[in-house]
Structures are given as structure tokens and as C-alpha cells.
Design a protein. Structure first.
Length: 513
């Protein structure tokens, strides 16, 4: 009778768990954690993991790993052909092992790298419509006990519900993405860019953007050239209470200092030689909405003082006028420069920096969000297939591998340019690796070599400051890209993800002839 009461308790727990699982479609990652935590409760074990198949490879990866060494296991691939999890995946069958190390299918790679010893295990398939899409592993039964058939039976019940919940969560995410794509398409028609959040790093950042967007505080967006800082500025505006008001963009690097003041604040007729009419400035045009100041590091010091006043007092004067104009504008600024270093060098006002840096957002480079590369590439493929009137259906496996392994110094802008070039030069149905023209660009190993050379050069010099080391690396890197493109500054600027005019200044600063 005792065992029967225990079974009843577990069934009651299973019903409770199923209710929780099936109410958590909105967050797939949280759902996967829920499944594993529930499984551990049911069979009382020490660790658990969920492995999913990695597309275009013969490996499984840890989507979730809970337990003493879960964090260390996350980045270790598991070979399908030589592992217990791989056997379960290929055969779509469960296993109970109470002496894991003696099983011929056991692969010690994860154990060797984490130091976590697996004594006992239950591994069962996670199925969707009868097909195995992943493997649930439960490790080391509590109190050195053995896993039993009863454990497997109740886990099988959980697995059925988990598979349904997993499928529903995937459909929910797909629907969300389609809705987002439709919304972004509407925004694009209104002058906004399509925003694709297909990486955990960007989704985490968007959670911050959602919170920040509700405030009126200034925001400073930091990140390398080409990472999409303007797109994040757009999302801050579109998710804010100001979304129905103007979103005004200003590229501070694209205008000369004399034109920039008039562009920002406007001028009155007769203020200078060419001022034949009154002009409304960008701040006045943005009243009630948001102004986005891109490349804020290029703003001259005298204009920085005027900008500081606008942020503090919400007032300014047009060029040539003494009349004070009041505005209600949220300021979002962006730069790819080391703004703190500019402050220390006296090139950027510290008081303005602290005013802008109320809510900083740092956008990671594309090489740090590898999972976003393929979705972005597919989006650009569809876009440029339409523009070039060529029906490209996808990428060859070699092209996808090249996209994933490339270092992307120009980030998303370089990726977009590469896909556009491939669609122009390539032939359907598939984009080939050669069409991308990335093979001669600097790869990760070249980056490490350049870094090593820069360090060695700095060690041999008397000046061992970080500034000198960064200067040496930047000079070597820009020179390498320039040489690879035959000295063509337009192409080099495109690869580096910077404007042609900025590259010319950079070549002078770095003494590259």
C-alpha cells in the first residue's frame, strides 16, 4: 500500500507540473528549465540536461543543463554517433543505466572536461509528432539509489506532455516572429528598419530596451560600427510613449561643424551668408518625440556645450537669434568610439558624457552572437532575391559554415553587403561560399596574429600603455584590410563598416600611406 500512495503523490505532482509547463509558452528557454526541474522532482536525482540537435552538424548541444556542473557542460558538443544521448536520439528509445561508465556507448568527453562523474542515468527522447527532437537526461539518483522502471514510466508521461508543450512554444515563438516581422515591415514603410532579434544576447538586450523605453532619460548606445545601434535607437522610440511622435536622426559625422549647429538648432534669415530663409532645426522638428544623435563623438566641443544645455534645460536658441525656444525631446546618442577615453583626453565634455550616459546600452558585435548570423543572412537573402529578381532558395552548407566562422569586422553591415553581393553575382537556387567573397578577408586566426604582433611591438617599445597597444593593433588591422582590397578605400571602408570620409581621416591618424 505504501508504494501505491507514493505513486499517487507522484501522479498528483505530475498533474501540477503539466499545468505549469503548459502555461509557459511565451518563454521557450524558461519552459525547458521547467521541464528539467520537474523531471528532477519526480525521480529525485542530482542533475539533469536537455540536449537538442545542432542544425547542419552531427552533434547535440546542451540547451539546458542543471546541477553541480551544468554551467561547464553548456558549451561542450556531444557527438551523435558515439554517445548515450546520441544513441537515444538516433533510435528514439529510452535507456536506464545504473553503471554508466561500463556501457559501451558511454563517451567520457563531458565527464573529463567538467570533472562530474555520472554513475546512474535515465535518458529518454523528447518527441514531437513521434519524431525525436532532443534527449532528456537524468543523472545520479539520490542517496546512491538505482533508477527503476517506475521512474522511467512516470518520466515517459512527463515527456509526452513536454513534447506537446515544446511544440506549442516553438509555434508561439514562430508566430511572435511573424507578427514582429509584419510590424517591422510596417515600420520600414514608415522609415524604420526591420529588427530581427534571433540571439539570446539581443533578446536579453531587448528586455533592457523595454524597461528603458518607458522613461524620458537620455540613452547612450555603445558598440562597434555596423552592429545596428540605429536599429536599437528606433526600438527605444517605437516602444516608448513617444512612438506616435517624430523620430529625428542626425549623423554628427556627416556634416561639417559649421553646418551641424544650423542642422541641430536651426537659423534665422541673415544669420550667415547663405541663410536666405529661416530654418527649423532637428531639435525643434523632434519636439514631443525623440532625436537620435549618431556618431556623437564627432560633435565639436562648442556644440557639446549647447547640447548639454538642451538636455538640462530643454531650451536653445537658433543660430543668429536671441529668442529662446523650449522643446520636449528625448535624446538618444550613439558612438563606436571609446567615449571615456575621449573624456580623459579632453575631447569630450565630462558633464555631457554623464548626462548622456544615464542609461547606457552596449550592443555586442556580431561575432559574439553567432546564433544570429544565419537568421540575418536568410532575411537579407530574401530581401536581395526580390531586388535582384533571382529566386535564391537558401545557402549551400559550405556557405553557411563560412558565414558562421567568419570574424565579421564590419558586423551586420558587412553581412548585408556580402549577401547583396552574393545575390548579384551568384546563380540560383543556392548561394555558394565563393559568391560571398569572404575567403580573402581577415579570419579569426589572422586577428590573433595581428594581436600578437601588436603586443610584441608594444613590449619592445618604451611606451607600454594600453592606448599605444590599441593604436598598434588598429594600424596593423586597417593596413591589412586596405592591402587585401588593393588600396581601394571605398571597398575597405565597406569591409570595416565605416564611412569613406572617416577612413581617410583614420589613415592619416595612423600614418598609413
Amino acid at each position: 500500500m505504501a508504494s501505491k500512495s507514493i505513486d499517487v503523490e507522484k501522479l498528483e505532482a505530475l498533474i501540477e507540473i503539466q499545468t505549469l509547463i503548459n502555461s509557459n509558452y511565451a518563454d521557450l528557454d524558461a519552459l525547458l528549465v521547467h521541464i528539467l526541474e520537474s523531471a528532477m522532482r519526480l525521480v529525485e536525482c542530482e542533475s539533469s540536461s536537455l540536449l537538442l540537435v545542432k542544425p547542419a552538424s552531427n552533434t547535440l548541444y546542451f540547451a539546458v543543463a542543471l546541477g553541480p556542473k551544468g554551467v561547464e557542460a553548456k558549451d561542450i558538443p556531444v557527438d551523435v554517433d558515439s554517445s548515450i544521448a546520441g544513441w537515444v536520439f538516433l533510435n528514439n528509445q529510452s535507456v536506464i543505466l545504473n553503471d554508466v561508465g561500463s556501457d559501451s556507448r558511454f563517451c567520457p568527453t563531458v565527464q573529463d572536461k567538467t570533472g562530474y562523474i555520472s554513475h546512474s542515468m535515465i535518458a529518454l527522447p523528447l518527441r514531437v509528432n513521434g519524431e525525436c527532437v532532443g534527449v532528456i537526461e537524468l543523472l545520479n539518483k539520490a542517496n546512491d539509489q538505482h533508477f527503476t522502471r517506475n521512474d522511467l514510466e512516470i518520466l515517459n508521461l512527463l515527456s509526452v506532455q513536454a513534447g506537446l508543450a515544446y511544440q506549442n512554444a516553438k509555434k508561439f515563438r514562430t508566430a511572435q516572429n511573424e507578427i514582429s516581422l509584419l510590424q517591422n515591415s510596417l515600420h520600414t514603410a514608415s522609415g524604420y528598419h526591420t529588427f530581427i532579434a534571433e540571439s539570446s544576447a539581443v533578446r536579453d538586450l531587448m528586455a533592457v530596451v523595454d524597461k528603458v523605453s518607458r522613461t524620458n532619460s537620455s540613452v547612450l548606445i555603445l558598440g562597434e560600427s555596423g552592429v545596428g545601434k540605429e536599429l536599437f535607437a528606433e526600438q527605444l522610440h517605437l516602444r516608448s510613449p513617444r512612438s506616435d511622435k517624430p523620430f529625428i536622426r542626425v549623423n554628427c559625422a556627416a556634416l561639417s561643424p559649421t553646418l551641424l549647429e544650423s542642422e541641430l538648432f536651426g537659423h534665422v534669415k541673415g544669420a550667415f551668408t547663405d541663410a536666405v530663409n529661416d530654418r527649423v532645426g532637428r531639435f525643434e522638428a523632434a519636439n514631443g518625440g525623440t532625436i537620435f544623435l549618431d556618431e556623437i563623438g564627432e560633435l565639436p566641443l562648442d556644440l557639446q556645450a549647447k547640447l548639454l544645455r538642451v538636455i538640462q534645460n530643454r531650451t536653445f536658441e537658433k543660430v543668429g537669434s536671441s529668442e529662446t525656444i523650449a522643446v520636449d525631446v528625448r535624446v538618444i546618442a550613439a558612438t563606436n568610439k571609446n567615449i571615456e577615453e575621449m573624456v580623459s583626453q579632453g575631447k569630450f565634455r565630462s558633464d555631457l558624457y554623464y548626462r548622456l550616459n544615464v542609461l547606457p546600452i552596449c550592443v555586442p558585435p556580431l561575432r559574439q552572437r553567432k546564433e544570429a548570423i544565419e537568421p540575418l543572412a536568410q532575411y537579407f537573402r530574401k530581401k536581395f532575391s526580390i531586388e535582384t529578381k533571382k529566386n535564391f532558395e537558401g545557402f549551400s552548407p559550405e556557405a553557411l559554415e563560412l558565414l558562421r566562422s567568419y570574424y565579421w569586422p564590419g558586423n551586420i553591415r558587412e553581412l548585408e553587403n556580402s549577401i547583396e553581393r552574393a545575390c548579384v553575382l551568384g546563380h540560383p537556387p543556392l548561394i555558394q561560399a565563393a559568391d560571398l567573397h569572404l575567403t580573402t578577408s581577415v579570419q579569426h586566426s589572422d586577428i590573433e596574429s595581428l594581436y600578437g604582433n601588436a603586443v610584441a611591438e608594444c613590449e619592445q617599445a618604451e611606451d607600454k600603455t594600453l592606448r599605444t597597444a590599441v593604436h598598434n593593433f588598429k594600424r596593423a588591422y586597417v593596413k591589412r584590410i586596405l592591402e587585401e582590397n588593393g588600396g581601394n578605400q571605398t571597398v575597405t571602408g565597406r569591409v570595416l563598416g565605416i564611412q569613406r570620409t572617416y577612413l581617410s581621416r583614420l589613415l592619416n591618424e595612423l600614418h598609413i600611406r
